[in-house]
Write a protein that binds this ligand. Structure first.
Ligand code: NAP
Length: 478
C-alpha cells in the first residue's frame, strides 16, 4: 500500500488532498496533531467520508509530531477519534496500553505499535520489531540511517523478522531506497507526502508512476544509481519508463552511497542486476569489478556496472554517449581539431573518444598540470583557460566539460571570440542552455547539449542492463 500522510489543518483540506492524490494512493494517515482544535474534535467522522483505509495518528513533538499538550489530553483525543471507522491506530511503544487497546479491539481497529529514532538505526532493531509485534500488532520502526551499512540493516529486516506484519522506514536522505523498495524490507506499506523538500521524501505520484513501488515483488530486478549527491540525477526518469515499455519487471532506484564496498554488499543482498555510477565513485568502483571494457581501461573510470555470472562487469557509456550526437559530423570530416575545456573526470571520456577518432585535441584547464597529465597519455596538447582566445578560428569543435555553468549563468571562457563556424558542445545538462552555449549561439555556432549526451549514455546503459534497445516510444523528461 502507498499511504499518504495528511498534515492539513482541517478535515476538508485533508479530503481535498486525498482527492488530488487519489489515483496514486491506497491508504492515508490522518495526523490529528496537525488539525486545529475544532477539527480534531470531529476527527472520528473522517473515515466515513473517504474511500480508502485511514490510519489514526496523534504524534507528540518528541516523536516528530505537532502535539505539545499532556499525555492525558492526547489519550482522551485519541479515544474520542476512535469512535470513527479507522482501519488502524498508531500507538507509540511507550503509550500505556489498557483503554486504548480495548477500544481498538472493540471497534475493529488494528494497532500499529510504533517506535521512532531520529538519531540513528539502533543495533537491536530486529528485537525491537519483535517486541512491538508481540501482541499481534503491526510493528512500525521509523529510524534514521546515516550510511549504506545502516541500509543493509534495514533491508535485512525482511529476513530477520519474517512473518511479522511490519513497517520499516528509513528516514532522511539515506533512507529513500527503503521507501521505494518497501516491499523488500517486508513492509506492508510505505508513506509519502506532498512535501518533497524534506530529504528522503517522495511524492505519491513518483512512487506510483515512476517507481511502481507497489508492484515490486520477489522477482523484480533491481537496478539503480550510486553517487553522493545522487537525488538530482535524471537517470530514474530514463530507465523506469523504459522498463515499463518493454514490460520488464524491474525498478531503478537512486542510492546515496558513502562507502562503495558496503554498497556491493547491499547489491548482493538485493540481488541487484546492475547500476549506474556517478560522482564521486566512478574510480573507486573499479576495485570491485571482475571485468572491464577497453574504454574503462583507457579512461580509468566506470559509469555502468552489470552483474555477470560470478562477477561484476564495468563499462563506460559516457564515451559513446558523448560521441553519438556528433558522429555524423565526424564521419563527414567536419571535425579535425577540437578544444576541450576542463580536465576533470568527465573530460577523460571525451578526450579518449575524440583521440580514438584521430581528432587533434588541445585541453584547456584552470590547473595546467592536470591538463598536461591527461594530454601526455592522450598525445595531445595542453594550455591554461586564459589562453583560450589564442585558439579562436583554429578549431572545429569546442567541448565544455568543466562544472562552470552548472546551475549558474557563467562561462569558463567568457568573451571567447567564436567565429560562428564552430560546433559547440556543453556536457552540463542543468541548465540545458548554458552561458557557454548562449554565447556560441549568438555567434551562429552549431550547438550540442549535455542532455543529448546524458540521454545517449543512459540508452546505452539500458542496453547493457537489459540486452534490449532503448524503446523508441519513450521520451524521458530530464
Ligand atoms: P570534476 O572531475 O570535478 O572536474 C571539474 C572540472 O571543472 C575541472 O577541470 C576543474 O578545473 C573545472 N573547474 C571547476 N571549477 C572551476 C572554475 N571556477 N573555473 C575554471 N574551471 C573550473 O567534474 P566532472 O566529473 O568532470 O564533471 C564536470 C561536469 O560534467 C559536471 O557538471 C557534470 O554534471 C557534467 N557531466 C555531464 C555528463 C552528461 O552525460 N551530460 C556526464 C558526466 C559529467 P581544475 O582541474 O582546475 O579544478
Amino acid at each position: 500500500m502507498i499511504c499518504y500522510v495528511l498534515s492539513d489543518t482541517t478535515l476538508e483540506k485533508c479530503r481535498m488532498t486525498i482527492q488530488k492524490n487519489r489515483r496514486w494512493i491506497d491508504a492515508c494517515e490522518l495526523r490529528i496533531d496537525f488539525l486545529d482544535e475544532e477539527n480534531r474534535a470531529i476527527a472520528s467522522s473522517f473515515p466515513e467520508t473517504v474511500d480508502i483505509p485511514v490510519i489514526l495518528t496523534h504524534r507528540r513533538k518528541i516523536d516528530g509530531g505537532q502535539f505539545t499538550g499532556s499525555e492525558k489530553q492526547r489519550k482522551a483525543e485519541l479515544l474520542k477519534a476512535m469512535d470513527g471507522a479507522f482501519a488502524y491506530v498508531d500507538l507509540e511503544e511507550d503509550l500505556k496500553r489498557g483503554e486504548l487497546d480495548s477500544k481498538a479491539e472493540r471497534n475493529g481497529i488494528k494497532i500499529i505499535r510504533s517506535y521512532h529514532n531520529f538519531e540513528r538505526v539502533p543495533d537491536d532493531i530486529y528485537a525491537k520489531v519483535m517486541q512491538l509485534a508481540r501482541r499481534g500488532d503491526v510493528a512500525k520502526v521509523a529510524v534514521t540511517p546515516h550510511s549504506v551499512q545502516d541500509l543493509i540493516t534495514l533491508f535485512n529486516a525482511e529476513r530477520e523478522n519474517r512473518g511479522i506484519d511490519k513497517i520499516i522506514i528509513g528516514m532522511g536522505e539515506y533512507g529513500m531506497p527503503t521507501r521505494i523498495l518497501y516491499r523488500r524490507t517486508g513492509s506492508i506499506l510505505t508513506f509519502c507526502s506532498e512535501n518533497e523538500t524534506a530529504p528522503g521524501q517522495i511524492s505519491a505520484q513518483k512512487l506510483r508512476e515512476l517507481y511502481h513501488a507497489d508492484e515490486v515483488n520477489d522477482r523484480t530486478a533491481i537496478y539503480g544509481i550510486i553517487g553522493n549527491p545522487v537525488y538530482h540525477s535524471s537517470s530514474p526518469q530514463i530507465h523506469n519508463p523504459a522498463f515499463r515499455a518493454i514490460k520488464f519487471n524491474a525498478v531503478y532506484v537512486p542510492f546515496l552511497v558513502d562507502n562503495v564496498r558496503y554498497f556491493f554488499m547491499l547489491a548482493e543482498l538485493l540481488k541487484m542486476r546492475g547500476f549506474s555510477v556517478t560522482i564521486p565513485h566512478k574510480i573507486e568502483v573499479l576495485s570491485y569489478l571482475g571485468d572491464i571494457t577497453r574504454e574503462v581501461k583507457q579512461i580509468g573510470s566506470c559509469n555502468t556496472v552489470v552483474r555477470k555470472p560470478g562477477l561484476w562487469k564495468g563499462s563506460n557509456t559516457d564515451y559513446y554517449g558523448f560521441l553519438r550526437p556528433i558522429e555524423n559530423d565526424m564521419d563527414e570530416g567536419r571535425i579535425r581539431r577540437a578544444l576541450v575545456i576542463g580536465a576533470g573526470g568527465a573530460s577523460q571520456a571525451v578526450i579518449w573518444a575524440l583521440r580514438n577518432r584521430r581528432i587533434k585535441v588541445t585541453i584547456l584547464n584552470r590547473t595546467l598540470e592536470k591538463a598536461k597529465a591527461i594530454a601526455k597519455v592522450n598525445l595531445c596538447t595542453a594550455d591554461t583557460i586564459e589562453n583560450a582566445p589564442l585558439y579562436a578560428g583554429k578549431v572545429d569543435l569546442i567541448v565544455q566539460t568543466t562544472s562552470v555553468g552548472l546551475g549558474e549563468d557563467v562561462s569558463p571562457i567568457a568573451g571567447f571570440p567564436f567565429t560562428g563556424r564552430e560546433i559547440c558542445y556543453d556536457i552540463i545538462y542543468k541548465p540545458r542552455m548554458t552561458r557557454f552555449l548562449k554565447d556560441a549561439q549568438e555567434k551562429g555556432c552549431t550547438l550540442h547539449f549535455g542532455e543529448e549526451m546524458l540521454l545517449e549514455q543512459g540508452k546505452l546503459q539500458f542496453e547493457a542492463f537489459t540486452g534490449y534497445h532503448y524503446p523508441k516510444q519513450v521520451h524521458p523528461e530530464i
